[in-house]
Design a protein around this ligand. Structure first.
Ligand code: ACO
Length: 323
């Protein structure tokens, strides 16, 4: 059977680093509160005029370099973002043009913080059904553009960045020993759409709006749903938690990651954690973490990696892959 096998990763973070202490100047908050509640120490913010596509293009170029490929050798781009450059066209076509991809197709998908897992599942399905052979999956966000900097309950938590993963078709045996994506598991439940949303949009206010979140409620859903979807994806792959080499969770909150890892029975030294340096970069957080871990030489060929995320929707899911 055809498997979607990882071929290369890349990431990009805006140059501007914002330490927690900067928020102390304008808000009733502290470095200690932000660190202890979320694990976040700093985040990157795009400079004025720097767009989501700029971050995505830099990550895409880095992934092509890592894979030893030209843009013209990519068949499709699936880009997950909640902060596109424009309402349309898609941010993905900006990347398509910039990397010199003159054929194939490119489109955006929107599942907020779960976006990368949803994009990965689409890319996997496209490769396994023969719609494309080589797919670039990107998560890219400039969340700083939709933050209310007077709201201390949200603005201290998010950051900007982009990560990319190139997948390509390869023959597998159909067993859990195959390299590539072994299983995916996706969910959403619109009854919880008011727990985490943006209070604007083209067809409602005509503005971009700002993030609003019932943090505690989302927290409770996150721990339960992430452990459930992680276990479900592993079961579909014919594996259990003892087979996991790396857990690469959505980087929203260190406490959520620790509790989910505990529920899954994965020790923290097997969890890739970047939230301290990136904050919550929504759809970019998993590909950023994957790319950082790959660049550090931590991911070895044959390693089993579980990725999982939850975000606005609520939308959540997981994927298991053998590197
Ligand atoms: N600085 C200081 N105090 C603050 C701050 C701040 N930045 N923010 C909130 N507080 C205060 C609150 O007002 C509250 O004060 P009160 O008790 O006087 O009312 C107190 O701190 C405690 O607030 P809680 O909301 O109970 O704090 P909690 O421990 O739940 O942590 C957090 C908040 C970090 C938001 C946490 O709930 C969380 O991480 N939630 C999940 C976020 C998440 O995973 N989102 C999903 C992905 S995001 C996406 O899809 C876009």
């Amino acid at each position: 059977m055809i498997r979607a096998v990882p071929r290369g990763t890349g990431h990009y973070l805006p140059v501007r680093v914002v330490e927690n202490a900067e928020f102390e100047k304008t808000l009733d908050t502290s470095d200690e509160w932000i660190r202890s509640r979320s694990g976040i120490e700093r985040r990157h913010f795009a400079h004025e005029g720097e767009k989501t596509s700029d971050l995505a293009i830099a990550a895409a170029r880095a992934a092509l370099l890592d894979a030893g490929l030209e843009g013209s050798e990519i068949d499709a781009i699936v880009l997950a973002t909640a902060t596109p450059d424009q309402t349309f066209p898609s941010t993905a076509v900006r990347v398509q043009d910039a990397i010199g991809m003159r054929g194939g197709f490119a489109f955006d998908i929107q599942a907020v913080c779960a976006g990368f897992v949803f994009a990965l599942a689409q890319a996997d399905a496209m490769i396994r059904t023969g719609l494309a052979r080589r797919v670039m999956v990107i998560g890219a966000e400039t969340f700083s553009r939709i933050l209310d900097f007077t709201d201390r309950t949200t603005c201290v938590l998010f950051g900007d960045g982009a990560g990319a993963l190139i997948l390509e078709a390869a023959e597998g045996e159909g067993s859990a020993e195959d390299r590539g994506i072994l299983a995916t598991d996706l969910h959403s439940d619109g009854r919880y759409s008011d727990l985490l949303y943006v209070d604007g949009g083209p067809s409602s206010t005509g503005t971009a709006g700002a993030v609003r979140m019932s943090g505690q409620e989302v927290f409770k859903h996150a721990v339960i749903k992430l452990a459930q979807t992680g276990a479900a994806a592993l079961k579909k792959a014919g594996l259990d938690t003892t087979g996991i080499d790396w857990l690469v969770p959505h980087q929203a909150n260190l406490r959520i990651m620790t509790m989910t890892a505990q529920k899954l029975g994965v020790p923290m030294e097997r969890v890739v954690v970047t939230v301290q340096d990136h904050g919550n970069t929504s759809a970019a957080s998993i590909p950023l973490a994957l790319s950082v871990a790959n660049a550090e030489g931590r991911l070895r060929k044959g390693d089993v990696i579980l990725v999982e995320a939850i975000g606005g929707g609520l939308a959540w899911g997981a994927a298991v892959m053998r590197w």
